[in-house]
Design a protein around this ligand. Structure first.
Ligand code: ISE
Length: 333
């Protein structure tokens, strides 16, 4: 069975997903594309061999020739589009964040609970990244003992012009919130945010440092620096009782020149996580074909957004903010 896909939004990420799916994912074909910029939709549709360019995202979702939908439109549009997918009973891979606020995420959860099954996967692709998977496997093997601390670094070359001060948390660090919950198999229970006192100006890309507690007792630290200039760089080290596990970024070549040896950093996250995006898309298609979803659920999307909201409170108050526990519905247990 080939899963016929519709893609809503083919800006930077949507176009990347479309190209990856068309060239590297088995069992899927792109049937229809929608973008607010119809010319761009047509250009990407031609490139990936999609038959249809939809004039309206709802028409794409309701199209009987579309079996499943990938949402990569702006964050604020996710909720309405994902709700329409659940109403049409179509599986949906929705880019992160699931929605900007936790009440909006809850509306999606309620829709799935009413339907009695999961339709939504959230695009927290790091769960498929080989280096995070290796970290989780090492931890599960047991020889390292208990995890004590998970140190994360998340740097971008430059914050995009549409970023605001909170987006280091709500748009960037949400990846670490999700991967820490997944890796440590438990919720994050409190968050404190610090900023260096000597930063000049008010750039939304200025560094922030986050310290979080996890239910299992490990500490999670996250540096987000979105104006790091030198390259896109994501690091992580899991410190356990009897050793540590570090992430390894993909290195495609080591260069030697002018008395120096080096490896290149990518300009953004797409090359760093290209394997993760491909494996996520393949995993999503397999989940649809087998009826066994394997990625981040709507509940995971809700949990990450709740941590981000507590982070934004801490940024404002300068205090440690608790993240209260909420019972997980059986559908997501
Ligand atoms: C961006 O939206 C992403 O999702 C990237 O993976 C992340 O590294 C970046 O910080 C975000 O702004």
């Amino acid at each position: 069975m080939t899963v016929r896909l519709g893609i809503v939004g083919v800006g930077v990420m949507g176009a990347d997903h479309a190209r990856t799916i068309a060239s590297q994912v088995a069992g899927a074909a792109i049937h229809s594309i929608y973008d607010a910029n119809q010319e761009r939709a047509r250009q990407i549709a031609d490139e990936v061999g999609a038959a249809d360019v939809a004039g309206d995202p709802r028409r794409l979702i309701d199209d009987p020739q579309v079996d499943a939908v990938l949402i990569a439109s702006p964050d604020a549009t996710h909720k309405e589009l994902a709700l329409a997918c659940v109403a049409a009973r179509k599986p949906v891979l929705c880019e992160k964040p699931l929605a900007p606020t936790s009440p909006e995420c809850l509306e999606l959860i309620e829709a799935e609970l009413a339907a009695g099954r999961r339709f939504i996967q959230v695009g927290y692709m790091r769960r498929y990244d080989p280096s995070y998977v290796a970290m989780k496997n090492h931890l599960a093997a047991g020889q390292f003992g208990k995890p004590l601390m998970f140190h994360c670094v998340h740097r971008n070359v430059a914050a995009p012009p549409w970023f605001d001060g909170g987006m280091a948390i709500a748009n960037s660090a949400v990846h670490e919130f999700d991967i820490a919950r997944w890796l440590l198999a438990g919720e994050l229970t409190a968050i404190s945010i610090f900023r260096p006192a000597n930063i000049s100006g008010q750039s939304p890309g200025a560094p922030v440092f986050l310290v979080l507690d996890s239910a299992g007792g490990s500490l999670v630290t996250i540096e987000v620096f979105n104006d790091a200039a030198y390259g896109y760089d994501v690091r992580g080290e899991l410190v356990c009782e009897k050793g540590t596990v570090e992430l390894q970024r993909p290195v495609h070549g080591v260069v030697n020149h002018a008395l120096l040896q080096g490896t290149a950093y990518p300009l953004d996250w797409r090359p760093r996580f290209q394997d993760a995006y491909r494996l996520q898309a393949q995993g999503w298609i397999e989940g649809i074909r087998t009826g066994k979803p394997n990625g981040a659920s709507a509940w995971d999307g809700y949990a990450a957004t709740r941590v981000a909201e507590a982070g934004l409170r801490s940024l404002k108050s300068g205090l440690r903010e608790e993240i209260s526990a909420v019972p997980v519905p059986k559908l997501y247990g």
